[in-house]
Design a protein around this ligand. Structure first.
Ligand code: G1P
Length: 297
């Protein structure tokens, strides 16, 4: 069956970015000039996804506004002859992809957010795309997962190696064997293990291709110690009755879910953006010299 649907969970409170997230969704934080969620939607589009469900929550209205039209702005741009900007605004509204929204009423975990997509997904395979991870590769990571699914018809989770001391921040796999290059048969999945208990350094990164059998499992899934329903726990349960593979991502992952990596990602994009790259490069080189001098003093 063709993979056509994606769920993007966007209900988190974004406390790591306080105070800005007090009234603004973290998904709308820009990388230079583009909200992070637009990168995710564009990846879905490039991967052939037709329908997206964004699971939102309170204070998230600006996400819907962003993908809607803005007649007042468009009229103004039209009158001023700013056709480039007008097109930019209209292209976001006419992405050629259907976007649906539902709300997660309480912050009850990633598993709970995905469970809200059950009737949207029906009995089709689908992808989950987390907004904190921006993925760069020639073929979008979501498309790579879809290609794997078309070969194996099995759920497939994107993973990549992370520094050992960071394993407690991720879902981690216990690999069994590599069945073809870059595709791992998984023994078990564990959410955020202690560094000394982690079964490997292969972390789940924010892209999942799941078969719809995950939904009855999520419905039965007990919350963890923190009261959250974990998607990783449901995937581990599913792996006991049907194959779930891990696909190793070889591209570049930008984690925009914490301040430090968010700033790094912004700089990397700023160095590529046509309007900022030259001035930013100059600034960074000068700043580097200044900091080096300070360091020697
Ligand atoms: C979530 C998942 C975790 C995964 C991570 C990837 O955690 O629960 O398994 O490794 O995303 O970014 P979060 O970062 O939301 O705590």
């Amino acid at each position: 069956m063709k993979v056509r649907k994606a769920i993007i969970p966007a209900a988190g409170l974004g406390t790591r970015f306080m105070p800005v997230t007090k009234s603004m969704p973290k998904e709308m934080l820009p990388i230079v000039d583009k909200p992070t969620i637009q990168f995710i939607v564009e990846e879905a589009k490039k991967s052939g996804i037709e329908d997206i469900l964004i699971v939102t929550g309170k204070n998230k209205r600006s996400i819907e506004d962003h993908f809607d039209s803005n007649p007042e702005l468009e009229q103004n741009l039209q009158e001023k002859g700013k056709t480039g900007l007008l097109k930019m605004s209209q292209d976001i509204t006419h992405l050629g992809i259907n976007i649906y929204y539902t709300r997660q009423p309480y912050p009850a975990g990633l598993g709970d957010a995905i469970a809200r997509g059950r009737s949207f997904v029906g009995d089709e395979p689908f992808v989950v795309m987390l907004g904190d991870d921006l993925m760069m590769d020639k073929v979008p990571l979501t498309k790579q997962l879809i290609d794997r699914y078309n070969e194996t018809h099995a759920s497939t989770i994107a993973v990549m190696p992370v520094p050992h001391k960071e394993v407690s921040k991720y879902g981690i796999i216990k690999p069994e064997n590599e069945i073809m290059p870059g595709l791992i048969n998984v023994k078990s999945f564990v959410e955020k293990p202690a560094v000394d208990k982690a079964p490997s350094d292969f972390a789940i990164i924010g892209r999942y291709l799941l078969t719809p059998e995950i939904f009855p499992i999520l419905a039965e899934q007990k919350p963890d110690k923190g009261g959250e329903i974990q998607l990783t726990d449901a995937i581990d349960t599913m792996n006991k009755t049907q194959r779930v593979f891990a696909h190793v991502f070889n591209g570049v992952r930008h984690d925009v879910g914490n301040k430090e990596n968010y700033l790094e990602t912004s700089i990397e994009y700023g160095l590529k953006h046509p309007e900022t790259k030259d001035a930013l490069r100059k600034y960074i080189i000068n700043l580097g010299k200044k900091l080096e001098k300070q360091g020697k003093e």
